[in-house]
Design a binder for this molecule. Sequence first.
Ligand SMILES: N[C@@H](CCC(=O)N[C@@H](CS)C(=O)NCC(=O)O)C(=O)O
Length: 203
Amino acid sequence: MKLYDGGRAPNPRRVRVFLAEKGITVPTEQVDLGALAHKSDAYTAINPLQRVPALVLEDGTILTESIAICRYFEAEKPEPPLFGRGAKEVAAVEMWQRRVEFHLLMPISFVFRHLHPAMKPMEVPQVAEWGEVNKPKAVEFLALLDRELKNRPFVAGDRYSVADITGMICIDFMKPAKLALPDGLDHIKRWHAEVSARPSAKA
Ligand SMILES: N[C@@H](CCC(=O)N[C@@H](CS)C(=O)NCC(=O)O)C(=O)O
């Protein structure tokens, strides 16, 4: 088995955090995004979409998409459950994981990809206006998330889950995207400090 990792990039990081929470160690190969190693023929054969992370299993099966990779490990090692337990909790984790991914990770990614000069060779064409219009979208969702976190400790409920992992990497990704966390989001700040204090956050 081998995990193709991508250093500080947010998607590979959420898989690493997930693995750390599970206590799973996987042989890893770093793909140097800065050197465009993910566009090499060798890596394109693994993931024709030229994105990291990717997981290659013993039998040659290739899994891409961070959440698909996390789901593989959840099924292999169910404890601690990070996709919820029981019908209601599993559905709530799915709902919040998707909400955070679509309404926060995507806008922040668009801001980063379309406005950061270092992304020019990867995001072709860079459309600065698209980056700009996504800034308020991210901020709008953060306000919603802050209201939700007023009533519960974690993104999807009373327990830490993969939705918290996606949320945490989003907040951390705001820095390279040059987005500031707006003032007054005290519930997000409390939650982010708590999830960042977990040993897995260093992964
Ligand atoms: N939906 C994919 C997104 C993967 C993705 O976009 N990875 C970024 C790093 S965070 C990447 O490989 N970027 C390289 C590029 O855009 O050329 C997932 O969840 O894993």
